[in-house]
Design a binder for this molecule. Structure first.
Ligand SMILES: Cc1cc2nc3c(=O)[nH]c(=O)nc-3n(C[C@H](O)[C@H](O)[C@H](O)COP(=O)(O)OP(=O)(O)OC[C@H]3O[C@@H](n4cnc5c(N)ncnc54)[C@H](O)[C@@H]3O)c2cc1C
Length: 383
């Protein structure tokens, strides 16, 4: 930390997920001291697959982390939308920016980000319970009563952010009416050796298959359902009942996946906010703007946030001005992505057979170039 920098004290970041770690790296690269406080006692390879579109890969490139992200990933050049019998409905090849899209394991990315932080600036096992502003700074406290101070606090602590609930009026996350299942398996199904992924759409259900690097494959599914109950479920039987008659290799993939490796997640978002900063405290990633996974943009947006936060903090006259400028630079784009993602979810999760027939016909008739064009503003990030 240089003493003549306008941000004179350290920036505390709550949450060592994709957004928190990336923010730590981006700030450090601009000479701003940070401490990332993560509640987990260790960072392990948790989660499943992630698709990082070119806007996010551009951020990684600027941070000098593209090669680290590419190790273990698969470049994706084409998105194929299929029906449940495996017939093509639509193809998109939106990657004409010179920057690839990558399909990778969330855990691989998280570990690559961890390794790029300055040693000693990641504090594990710190479960933030509350924060408060103090003269000239902020103080955070964990469940054992330990306190840490800094000049600025960034809440990057995910969907159920403690920082957010201490900052803004409490408001429950919004359940979107469908649940998701995700898994990474250590083999690539036949036919998925190329630079493409598929998403198959049915009535109120979908199934995605996206190969990763190192001979692994990420699959995911969604279905219109009530929120998970605590009663134990035989997840494979549940999935086979829904997808067992879909096209190959979907039933084979489910049947060969150990049930205990399948993650089930209720899908939530929150209505978009135009303000998520108060004084010396701001939010980033899912803590600020959790979105449905339909566009695959939650982690991508968290990476963009990290880049813009560091850029604004480094050029502002002081930390609070930097936070204000960061929020101003980000709210329009993240609100737009959030709304489009939710809308797309409604279309994908349509259940009525007549409505899905119309949807599928329209998709079949729409040239792929139209989608390539429509996706361009999403995949371009000039920040
Ligand atoms: C089914 C599904 C599929 C998805 N697919 C994609 C995709 O393909 N592409 C994409 O870009 N996005 C995708 N996403 C979204 C993406 O996973 C998230 O948007 C992204 O992980 C958000 O990153 P984050 O750092 O903001 O939050 P998180 O990843 O949730 O990280 C928050 C961190 O904060 C820590 N934490 C929480 N509370 C505290 C506390 N009190 N104190 C300290 N630490 C705390 C947590 O342990 C965690 O490490 C998907 C999401 C789902 C549900």
């Amino acid at each position: 930390m240089t003493s003549d920098h306008p941000v004179a004290g350290r920036v505390l970041i709550a949450g060592g997920g994709i957004g928190g770690l990336a923010a730590g790296i981006a700030l450090q690269q601009r000479g701003i001291a940070t401490l990332v406080c993560e509640r987990a006692p260790e960072l392990r390879e948790v989660g499943a697959g992630l698709l990082l579109s070119p806007n996010a890969v551009r951020v990684l490139r600027r941070l000098g982390l593209e090669d680290a992200a590419r190790a273990g990933s698969r470049v994706i050049e084409e998105w194929r939308i299929l029906d449940l019998q495996g017939r093509h409905l639509h193809r998109m090849r939106p990657v004409k920016t010179g920057i690839p899209a990558l399909s990778l394991h969330r855990g691989d990315l998280q570990l690559a980000l961890r390794d790029a932080l300055t040693p000693g600036t990641l504090r594990l096992g710190f479960n933030l319970t509350h924060h408060r502003e103090i003269p000239g700074g902020v103080e955070i406290t964990n469940e054992t009563g330990e306190r840490l101070t800094g000049e600025i606090l960034v809440g990057a602590d995910g969907l159920n952010s403690r920082v957010r609930s201490g900052l803004l009026a409490p408001e429950p996350a919004r359940f979107c009416g469908y649940v998701g299942w995700r898994c990474v398996v250590p083999w690539i199904p036949r036919g998925y050796e190329g630079a493409w992924l598929s998403e198959s759409w049915g009535e109120g259900k979908r199934f995605g298959i996206s190969p990763l690097g190192r001979n692994r494959c990420y699959w995911y599914a969604t279905a219109n359902q009530a929120r998970a109950s605590s009663a134990p479920v035989d997840v494979r039987s549940e999935l086979m009942a829904m997808f067992g008659r879909w096209h190959a290799p979907i039933p084979e993939l489910i049947a060969a996946t150990p049930a205990e490796t399948i993650l089930r997640t209720d899908i939530f978002d929150r209505p978009d906010l135009s303000r998520w900063t108060r004084g010396r405290v701001t939010l980033l990633g899912d803590a600020a703007h959790p979105m449905t996974p339909n566009l695959g943009q939650g982690a991508c947006s968290a990476l963009e946030d990290a880049w813009v936060l560091a850029r604004e903090m480094a050029s502002a006259a002081n930390g609070t001005e930097g936070l204000r400028r960061y929020e101003e630079a980000r709210h329009r784009r993240t609100s737009w992505i959030n709304r489009v993602s939710r809308l797309l979810g409604r279309v994908i999760q349509l259940e009525n057979p007549a409505a899905t027939a119309v949807r599928d016909t329209l998709l079949r008739l729409t040239p792929g170039a139209c989608s390539d064009w429509a996706m361009r503003p999403l995949f371009r990030f000039d920040g």
